[in-house]
Ligand binder design. Structure first.
Ligand code: CUA
Length: 417
């Protein structure tokens, strides 16, 4: 007991397998949280039919193996107790007469093994069928999206939402989908192998260069879901994350309509073009892996996401105008698209046309707010080691941002709702 005190998370998780077998009927209760299985990426608290099918298969496999464990364990215990050497005499006694097998036991064991395999194989094959593609009866209702993996972020394109002169609607790191509808996602990669995984909605499927993979999933209700790359893809693989935001039908239509608009432009008030009044505060130091997320983002992420769709009340038009100019001067436009900003048509990095309305930045790693955005553009290499913005942007092009320039760029990007 000293090795594994029950208070440790490790010991509780070790018990998880047993409890998962004993109490799955209590799934409405919080045994998952007691066992530490209720994380943002928990496969035990599913919210879509694909993930639910996979979870049920997991339980069936556990039931069968647990039954085998109990039967074998019971026979072992029986044999151990029955043939225990109770005295010295027992220990030196002749072994009992040796038999040469019992046909009934042998055939029975083969039969039981086959039965166990069949019990697991039937739901497995059904599950493979079901999770492979959108069921025929709901195919007509399926919404299509294209997801492309990059080192280390995700691009999402909406082929059904074409924008005149700009191709399909393109977003990054936050996949907004209609809730209650199957979504079929084409999976592509621009460089190495990645893997697309939203644990509460569906199991993972690889994104392989030059190979057309796909996955389907469905969110039963509006919600905010954490996802991440699940295939090692380089030094910042562990921080290659994304979100899925599921919205009701009308809210989804509104979102698409708004996203299709060019970037929001904030008119600078006449005579207010000096931004000398902005104190160019030095950036504070961050500890490695410091998350820096707000309580609202942690506890009510969907509401927090919705609130972000609206412009900030305290924005400074002069500062935003300065940031808009810097976005071109500092060559950000050669890697990022911002529809509506002349020349901003780069496709190496994420489309930033509506970046201010996203809840996360830096490939789903940081919460999107002025402080964290500044931390990101101040030193991208410290936040996400090896990323292209740092290595082939800042270092190769010798980009340096003064404190006031950082603040102006942040204000501009935050205004892109
Ligand atoms: Cu992309 Cu790991």
């Amino acid at each position: 007991m000293a090795l594994f005190p029950l208070t440790s998370t490790f010991a509780r998780r070790a018990l998880a397998g047993f409890a998962a077998l004993a109490v799955p009927l209590l799934s409405g209760c919080s045994w998952q949280s007691w066992l530490g299985l209720d994380g943002k990426q928990s496969t035990f608290q599913v919210e879509g039919p694909v993930a639910r099918d996979q979870l049920q298969l997991f339980y069936i496999t556990c039931y069968v193996t647990f039954a085998i464990f109990i039967i074998v364990g019971a026979i072992l215990a029986y044999a151990t107790l029955k043939f225990w050497a109770h005295s010295d005499a027992d220990e030196h006694a002749e072994p009992p007469p040796q038999g040469h097998g019992n046909p009934l036991v042998e055939v029975g064991l083969i039969g039981a093994a086959v039965l166990a395999l069949v019990v697991i194989a039937i739901p497995t094959l059904k599950g493979i069928w079901y999770t492979y593609d959108v069921p025929a009866e709901s195919k007509a209702d399926a919404y299509e999206v294209v997801a492309t993996g990059y080192q280390w972020w995700f691009k999402f394109e909406y082929p059904k939402e074409q924008i005149a002169g700009a191709g399909p609607l393109t977003c990054a790191n936050e996949l907004v989908i209609p809730a209650g509808r199957p979504v079929r996602i084409a999976l592509r990669s621009m460089d190495v192998m990645h893997s697309f995984w939203v644990p509460k909605l569906a199991g993972k499927v690889d994104m392989i260069p030059n190979r057309a993979n796909f996955i389907w999933l469905k969110a039963e209700h509006p919600g905010y879901f954490w996802g991440q790359c699940a295939e090692f893809c380089g030094e910042s693989h562990a921080v290659m994350r994304f979100r899925v935001v599921a919205l009701g039908p009308q809210e989804f239509r509104d979102w698409v309509e708004h996203q299709a608009q060019p970037a929001r432009s904030v008119a600078a008030a006449q005579g207010a073009l000096s931004f000398a009044h902005v104190a160019a505060a030095p950036i504070r130091a961050y500890a490695p892996n410091e998350a820096g997320v707000s309580a609202a983002y942690e506890t009510a992420p969907l509401d927090s996401w919705r609130a972000r769709q609206l412009p900030n009340e305290s924005e400074d038009p002069a500062l935003i105008a300065r940031g808009r100019a810097l976005f071109s001067e500092k060559t950000c436009i050669s890697c990022h698209t911002v529809r509506g900003v002349p020349g901003a048509m780069g496709i190496t990095g994420p489309d930033l046309t509506h970046v201010g309305a996203r809840s996360s930045i830096a490939g789903g790693l940081l919460e999107n707010n002025s402080e964290q955005l500044r931390r990101w553009i101040h030193n991208p290499g410290a936040v996400k080691p090896g990323n292209k913005m740092w290595v082939t942007g800042y270092l190769v092009n010798n980009i340096h941002l003064a404190s006031d320039e950082e603040l102006a760029l942040v204000a501009f990007l935050q205004s892109l709702k």
